[in-house]
Design a protein around this ligand. Structure first.
Ligand SMILES: Cc1cc2nc3c(=O)[nH]c(=O)nc-3n(C[C@H](O)[C@H](O)[C@H](O)COP(=O)(O)O)c2cc1C
Length: 200
């Protein structure tokens, strides 16, 4: 990224600030394109450069998670930002060994008591899912790679992080500069995933 693309992004920011001041009418197509660029360009990244992540970028990523919606606004989440090599190693041993090489690992933890339950579905999982997606898209916008990690031994992760008994570790993600550029992974077409009015 950089060059013409960076200039375009700055132009858009200027347009947005003009819009915010009410000088011109809202240009929905401009804002929409930038969001969809981020959505289209994000990939799960499993190889990272060792370069540290600037604090300002981490702050921007965590701010996006902070603003996520949640059940009754319960905000059941706590995010543990890990840079300590020993803690990263212990988290890597909980399931995905390669995450140890990322400069940062973020663990998304939930207190289910601050979320809801309906017909047997624990909504803390959704609360964390939404906040994590905010975080992951904000990271992509900052030029950072991530990879949602759901396959890990929660007991080992809790021990590594010192998480209390009633708190769940729902997800992990490495955060850092990508050292790979994977092709887009396949997705269903809209025709395969959308039905009109009724399932059948
Ligand atoms: C809930 C969830 C759990 C996941 N768990 C893992 C995981 O444990 N390890 C891993 O390498 N990738 C994991 N992934 C990443 C998926 O494999 C990846 O999103 C999918 O293959 C699509 O690739 P893309 O993210 O690059 O579009 C997980 C993704 C989600 C949404």
């Amino acid at each position: 990224m950089g060059g013409a693309r960076e200039r375009k992004r700055i132009d858009r920011r200027e347009e947005w600030s003009i819009i915010a001041r009410g000088v011109v009418t809202i240009k929905e197509e401009v804002i929409g394109v930038e969001f969809m660029d981020v959505v289209r360009q994000r990939r799960s990244i499993r190889k990272y450069r060792p370069d540290p992540v600037p604090q300002a970028k981490l702050d921007a990523v965590l701010e996006a998670a902070r603003l996520a919606p949640s059940w009754a606004n319960g905000q059941c989440w706590t995010f543990v930002v890990v840079t300590d090599a020993k803690v990263k190693n212990a988290l890597a041993r909980a399931g995905n060994e390669w995450i140890e090489h990322a400069p940062v690992i973020i663990a998304a933890c939930a207190d289910p008591a601050n979320s809801g339950e309906k017909e047997g579905q624990g909504y803390y999982l959704l609360d964390i899912g939404i906040a994590m997606e905010h975080l992951i898209l904000a990271a992509a916008e900052q030029g950072l790679g991530t990879c949602w990690i759901g396959w890990f031994d929660e007991g080992k992760a809790k021990k590594a992080l010192g998480v209390p008994k009633d708190i769940r570790v729902v997800a992990l993600t490495p955060v850092g500069y990508a050292d790979e550029a994977p092709e887009p992974r396949p997705r269903k077409s809209l025709g395969e995933m959308v039905r009109r009015d009724r399932w059948a």
